[in-house]
Design a protein around this ligand. Structure first.
Ligand code: C2O
Ligand code: CU
Ligand code: CU
Length: 484
């Protein structure tokens, strides 16, 4: 049976097991038949969260965080930290406006929470320990329950001891479908990019490896994973359009990807569709960013003996020493099936009304990302010269519009993330982005200044912002907006 990524998980399972309940999805989600060979994406197949609720507008699941032995290196066992036993955790897929209920059980030896990265939900569902909820102790549980407000590509991860827990394998994809979206954009694959640090016996590297230098650089794992697998292969038909929903779940690695001789069309990012599509020849995702990409890979010009392309990771210079002496790496192979060339149907016109945030009367907010004097040999990073544990909250009124100026004062880039709200980037060092889009994470390069516009709504609470190099966040580069 061909993989069909479009149908809701409950329904998809119902195809194989006819009696399964939870098929809440009517036939309107149907997509044109796949143009790819049967099983084309089996090597990157994701486990699917199973909807336990017969109500078509409620998606209800159990999700357990637990240690699990995985074979990441052939023949070696890695005791990873997982959701439901796998890396990544199960794909949660529902429609905009649906209610999502997640019965979270923590079976880890340490406290944890789940943060729903990018979702504009109530503050008490945001998963930040001690501000939105108490941390869930080992053996404890917590019910998350909210309505999915926006279509797009999201992800979930813990917000407790984040660098260690995410780095050891706790993250999963969340797709919110828009039933009104044009059909036929391409054969879809949800692709979670990440890395994990393991030694040659498969044991997890310590989360504090390399001491202060490790923290400054941000720790990248030596195993580069695509949906939890090393260097998988997609079997594709030349000329047939694909749609990749990419998520960078690494705690520090930037994903800069090229497909030699091919171009991409970027149609969406953190907060759903772009105002209009953008042609690009490389994909760049900081930790936590997402991209919705179309491609029509072709084998034209390839020798008959090597009808494949390598999706190639190219080191991105995110500051001092981070790209030095590092080779390119093939992260996934696209193998063309012999003798078949498909012509992709014309792309539907994609345009989204995405009004510019009105900045008249907006409150200016200026912050700088700083490296603080070391206290007792411990490195501290921070905002405006103080680490998060000493920082005053930014008092903000419900509905307030703000213009943020974020200045990076030191030698490494920082992917700046705001919880619970999207923003619009105005400029990076004075240069405006090519297309308008909703972001929740933006790169602030070395010595650069990024300005963005944000409009807070009526969801009061403590909303966190931080660098999404999680080693930096844990070292103090975090702050809080107190919305009231
Ligand atoms: Cu992915 Cu605090 O966020
Ligand atoms: Cu977040
Ligand atoms: Cu940082």
């Amino acid at each position: 049976m061909p993989v069909n990524f479009f149908v809701r998980p409950g329904c998809w399972l119902a195809v194989g097991a006819l009696s399964l309940v939870g098929c809440g999805s009517p036939a309107t989600d149907e997509q044109p038949p796949s143009a790819q060979p049967a099983g084309w994406a089996d090597q990157i197949r994701l486990p699917l969260a199973v909807d336990l609720n017969p109500d078509p507008h409620i998606f209800e699941i159990n999700l357990e965080a637990r240690e699990s032995e995985l074979e990441l290196i052939p023949g070696k066992r890695t005791k990873a930290w997982t959701y439901d036993g796998g890396i990544p955790g199960p794909l949660i897929r529902a429609r905009v406006g649906d209610r999502l209920i997640v019965h979270f059980k923590n079976s880890l030896p340490e406290a944890s929470t789940i943060h729903w990265h990018g979702l504009r939900i109530a503050n008490d569902m945001d998963g930040v320990p001690d501000s939105s909820q108490p941390a869930v102790p080992p053996g404890g549980s917590f019910d998350y329950d909210f309505v999915l407000p926006d279509a797009g590509t999201y992800w979930y991860h813990p917000h407790f001891d984040s660098a260690a827990q995410v780095g050891d394998g706790l993250y999963g994809p969340l797709i919110v479908d828009d039933p009104a979206e044009p059909k036929g954009l391409g054969d879809e694959a949800v692709i979670v990019l990440s890395d994990i640090g393991v030694d040659q016996d498969g044991a997890l590297e310590p989360a504090d490896g390399g001491g202060n230098f490790g923290t400054l650089f941000g720790r990248e794992g030596n195993l580069h994973l695509v949906n939890g697998r090393v260097a998988p292969t997609l079997h594709v038909r030349s000329g047939a359009r694909q749609r990749w929903r990419l998520i960078n779940a690494s705690k520090a690695r930037y994903e800069q990807l090229v497909l030699p001789g091919q171009r991409f069309t970027r149609i969406g990012s953190d907060g759903g569709m772009l105002e209009s599509p953008e042609a690009i020849d490389r994909i760049l995702l900081t930790p936590a960013q997402r991209a919705d990409i179309l491609l029509e890979p072709t084998d034209a010009g390839l020798a008959a003996s090597e009808r494949s392309l390598s999706l190639t990771w190219v080191p991105y210079d995110r500051g001092f020493g981070t790209a030095y002496n590092r080779p390119n790496e093939s992260v996934m192979t696209l193998a063309f099936v012999a003798g078949a060339t498909a012509k992709a149907p014309p792309l539907p016109v994609l345009h989204r009304e995405l009004p510019r945030i009105d900045l008249s009367g907006a409150t200016p907010v200026a912050i700088s990302l700083t490296l603080n004097p070391e206290a007792d040999g411990e490195l501290a990073m921070g905002i405006n010269g103080v680490p998060s544990w000493q920082a005053a909250h930014l008092m903000t009124s419900l509905g307030e519009r703000q213009l943020w100026t974020v200045k990076n004062t030191f030698e490494w880039d920082h992917p700046f993330h705001m919880h619970g709200f999207f923003f619009q980037v105005i400029d990076v060092n004075g240069v405006a982005p090519a297309v308008r889009e909703w972001r929740d994470t933006v790169n602030v390069p070395v010595d650069a200044t990024v300005r963005f516009a944000i409009e807070f709504d009526a969801r009061p609470g403590m909303w966190m912002f931080h660098c999404h190099i999680l080693d930096h966040a844990d070292a103090g580069m975090m702050g809080m907006v107190h919305l009231h």
